[in-house]
Design a protein around this ligand. Structure first.
Ligand code: ADP
Length: 263
């Protein structure tokens, strides 16, 4: 009987089937590798601040710290703990986005509620003003009417993350501009332009990877977790949006997110 079935399936039809099985296996292996790398990265990123916290606490506990140094050590412990909170909160957010993406019952973007993108851009600019001032960076916006279907919370996260980076990877006296509107192609867009430090060519595709940083010390010093752009990429994906990055070292960076037409 088996012989007959096998003989009945034309050879040409078996090839794509074999390919699908092979692709599935490759995808599963890739996923497994990514999961392993992610766990290793998370462990490393958490271990560093924990080691500092433990070290400073031990110095205070054993009386080895001079009384005059205690406030400084307390400040460092606080800072490292805050870094851990930021990291854990970004990891939780990524995992939530992951499960939304994996869920089969996910509502199609075209059926989601409309979000006023212009209002979101104004709100982002207001929320980020203090950060900009602290970094001696000027922040402006040009919010033209635009509506996007999707999650307001996620879209707000996307605009804030991109604006936050434009401020952090800038220099005193630098400038950041947020823009939104509907392009000539009828697609709504959100754009952030900065005249900051820029991203080297060979890093431009990698910055969206989890934990990839061009300059690790700068990222950490400014409170970066290395997950901001990975979160942005995920949110864009969930909204069927496309991300374009243009950057030149020493000149600045422009990131544009283009949403589907009529969304
Ligand atoms: P981080 O928490 O390190 O900022 P992100 O995922 O947000 O992590 O960004 C990844 C890396 O991309 C950053 O570490 C930085 O090197 C680079 N980067 C992101 N945005 C900008 C920008 N506007 N200008 C220059 N470099 C940037």
């Amino acid at each position: 009987h088996l012989d007959t079935i096998e003989a009945d399936v034309p050879y040409e039809e078996l090839i794509p089937l074999a390919r699908t099985i092979q692709t599935d296996r490759k995808l599963r292996e890739d996923n497994e590798t990514m999961r392993r790398e992610f766990t290793a990265n998370v462990s490393h990123e958490l271990k560093t601040p924990l080691t500092s916290i433990s070290g400073y606490a031990e110095l205070i506990e054993t009386g080895m710290a001079k009384p005059a140094d205690v406030p400084t050590f307390a400040t460092r412990i606080h800072k490292e703990a805050q870094r851990m909170i930021a990291l854990v909160s970004d990891i939780l957010q990524l995992s939530e986005l992951d499960s939304t993406q994996a869920s089969h019952s996910r509502e199609p973007v075209t059926e989601m509620a409309p979000v006023d993108l212009a209002a979101l851009v104004k709100e982002t600019a207001q929320n980020m003003t203090v950060n900009a001032r602290r970094a001696y960076v000027t922040l402006q916006y040009d919010a033209r009417p635009a509506t996007v279907r999707g999650s307001r919370d996620q879209l707000s996260e996307l605009t804030q993350n991109l604006c936050d980076n434009a401020i952090r990877y800038n220099r005193p006296g630098g400038h950041v501009e947020l823009r939104c509107g509907v392009g000539g192609d009828g697609c709504p867009y959100f754009e952030v332009e900065d005249n900051g430090i820029g991203i080297p060519q060979d890093s431009q595709t990698r910055v969206f990877e989890r934990f990839y940083r061009v300059d690790k010390s700068r990222s950490k010093a400014t409170g970066g977790t290395g997950l901001g752009l990975a979160i942005v990429k995920h949110i864009a994906l969930l909204h069927d949006a496309k991300i374009d990055l243009q950057s030149q070292v020493g000149t600045g960076t422009t990131i544009r997110v283009t949403f589907p037409k009529n969304s």
